[in-house]
Design a protein. Structure first.
Length: 105
């Protein structure tokens, strides 16, 4: 992948994950801000680019930053926020996939 591809992935992933985290934060009534969720998502995405162990480090970073920048405790708030955000992301991607399939793309 080229530098432009990585940059585009970084921006889209950060916005998508940050929005999903913010929505899950609101659903679980955890105190925090949208810019904080975007920063958490951006840092998590950057750490995820590390080739060996980046995904695990990005999850550790996510939980640490959620605990520091919101009122979320590790259990149950941060874990449930992550699960909720994953479900939101899955629902959006699944819906987009169905729409593209319906359009014949």
């Amino acid at each position: 992948m080229t530098i432009i591809g990585y940059a585009l992935f970084f921006v889209v992933s950060s916005l998508f994950v940050g929005t999903a985290l913010w929505l899950s934060m609101k659903m679980l009534k955890v105190e925090g801000t949208f810019p904080a969720m975007l920063i958490i998502a951006a840092v998590m995405t950057l750490v995820g680019f590390i080739p060996w162990g980046g995904k695990i480090l990005s999850l550790i970073t996510l939980y640490f930053m959620l605990h520091k920048w919101t009122t979320a405790d590790f259990w149950p708030d941060a874990v449930l926020m992550t699960v909720c955000a994953g479900m939101i992301e899955f629902a959006v991607i699944f819906t987009l996939g169905l729409l593209l399939l319906k359009l014949g793309m």
